[in-house]
Design a protein around this ligand. Structure first.
Ligand code: AMP
Length: 255
């Protein structure tokens, strides 16, 4: 079976901070083209913080995958993004890395809201945030339906920089003024096609109203079946941003 990615060790020419990294064992499994067909960008070319680079390399990510290569530099300019990439191609890190880069850990505010449609995906995404951000001192909280609201309320008394969760619970916490999203400049939707389905759109509209008007919106999905058109139609107030949306449609993924 072909696996999407493998990792490698630092080279002897690396600067000293790289030689101290705890790199995972090399993975020699064959890689598929949807992760190898890159332009040759390196993570070091992206002007990322050293602490973030350390987390990236210690996860065994040697260089960006195609979706990361395209999305991260655009996301770092704070433009809105619509990206299509198959699961397993590095999609999660493509939005987690630029989200983490923008966090000021000295500020006790939620600064990135990562929305996903399911509890399982929320847990996975928060793990990626924690691993990639482990040298940054970033506080990540995951919140989903099906857990005790009281626990979430207690947790939000403490510092949270990145909030990962499902829309209903986050709306509940924002509506109760427990989760303060008023200074959260980064808003991500993963599996955006599902989050923009009729079931979720009223919740999404309300949620967006809690964020600052100049927030950055990043939509990631494996498929976008005409959803953008529907999104514009159904959320006109929420999405003046889509007028400046950067379309990164990854047709090569054949999703
Ligand atoms: P995802 O598409 O987010 O589900 O990621 C699939 C797998 O690829 C996960 O196990 C990630 O840890 C891994 N991964 C993500 N980005 C990279 C990268 N640049 N190099 C190597 N592995 C990666």
């Amino acid at each position: 079976m072909q696996m999407p990615f493998h990792s490698s060790s630092a080279t002897p020419n690396d600067p000293s901070w790289r030689t101290g990294l705890r790199l995972p064992p090399k993975d020699l499994r064959p890689q598929t083209e949807d992760v190898t067909k890159t332009k040759g960008t390196e993570f070091e070319d992206m002007f990322l913080r050293r602490e973030l680079l350390m987390g990236i390399f210690e996860e065994g990510y040697e260089r960006p995958s195609p979706i990361q290569e395209e999305a991260i530099p655009v996301a770092l300019t704070k433009r809105d993004i619509l990206a299509r990439a198959k699961n397993g191609t590095g999609k999660t890190a493509a939005f987690v890395i630029p989200s983490l880069q923008q966090i000021d850990v000295g500020k006790n505010k939620i600064q990135a809201l990562l929305l996903v449609p399911t509890r399982e995906l929320a847990l996975q995404t928060s793990q990626v945030c924690k691993k990639l951000g482990k040298h940054m001192g970033i506080q990540v909280m995951v919140t989903t339906g099906g857990t005790t609201l009281k626990d979430d309320i207690m947790r939000l008394q403490e510092t949270v920089h990145v909030l990962v969760g499902t829309p209903g619970r986050i709306l509940d916490l924002a509506g109760k003024k427990v989760a303060d999203l008023s200074e959260c400049p980064v808003f991500v939707m993963d599996e955006a096609d599902k989050l923009l389905s009729p079931e979720f759109t009223p919740v999404m509209e309300q949620l967006l109203s809690f964020l600052p008007t100049d927030r950055q919106v990043m939509l990631f999905s494996a498929t976008f079946p005409m959803i953008v058109k529907d999104f514009k139609v159904s959320l006109p107030r929420a999405l003046p941003l889509l007028s400046v949306l950067t379309f990164l449609l990854f047709c090569r993924t054949n999703a």
